[in-house]
Design a protein around this ligand. Structure first.
Ligand SMILES: C[S@@+](CC[C@H](N)C(=O)[O-])C[C@H]1O[C@@H](n2cnc3c(N)ncnc32)[C@H](O)[C@@H]1O
Length: 186
């Protein structure tokens, strides 16, 4: 199964997930380090952090190295990506990984201090439903920081979701033209 297009989103499976995993691990380290450093600057001490659409989990791996105090979790629609993430993150204590749609997150209300995502929101089948779920699992005042291409449906993320835009700015990344979108849970 390569890209599986469903109403829930575009899951990157099979051979495509293997190629993505290899590129992320071998070529893209400076890119994840740049994003992880930016996230680390906003994360409160000991924060519970969820990465949505984590893919092979390299952002989580980088975050674990630079901020070992964080309590990390990841979800991805693609089971194959979660399998890669499990291998890449083996040995990390307390880490939670689930195959799940952003629009149906397997977590209780107010569970996280911070939700992050990179290059995933343009794949989501229903970004409004996804951001409503993110608002539900964030504690009041918790932040959602999303790094994605400027063409991603960023306006939809605050349309009916319980998230209020804090700022939307260009983000300097070594590889890709990126927008950094930050919103707060009401
Ligand atoms: C381009 S990859 C980005 C992976 C990783 N965040 C990174 O920066 O390397 C996009 C990921 O979003 C996942 N995805 C697509 N739709 C999704 C949804 N509705 N819910 C959760 N994950 C989704 C895909 O399976 C894929 O792993």
């Amino acid at each position: 199964m390569p890209h599986e297009h469903t109403h829930r989103g575009e899951a990157i499976e099979g051979r495509h997930s293997r190629v993505y995993d290899r590129l992320a691990r071998l070529l893209m380290k400076p890119h994840y380090r740049r994003i992880a450093t930016d996230i680390a600057a906003s994360a409160p001490d000991g924060a519970a952090l969820l990465d949505v659409g984590t893919g092979p989990g390299i952002l989580l791996k980088t975050l674990a190295r630079i901020r070992p105090d964080l309590r990390l979790a990841g979800v991805d629609l693609a089971r194959d990506m979660i399998d890669h993430a499990r291998r890449n993150l083996a040995g990390l204590d307390g880490l939670e990984l689930h195959a799940a749609d952003v629009a149906a997150l397997p977590f209780e209300d107010d569970r996280f201090d911070l939700v992050v995502s990179s290059y995933s929101s343009h794949h989501w089948g229903d970004p409004e439903a996804g951001s409503a779920e993110i608002a539900r699992i964030l504690r009041p005042g918790g932040r959602f920081i999303n790094y994605d291409f400027p063409r991603a449906p960023l306006d939809a993320l605050t349309r009916r979701s319980g998230l209020t835009l804090v700022r939307q700015t260009p983000f300097r990344s070594p590889f890709m033209k990126t927008t950094r979108f930050e919103a707060a849970a009401n």
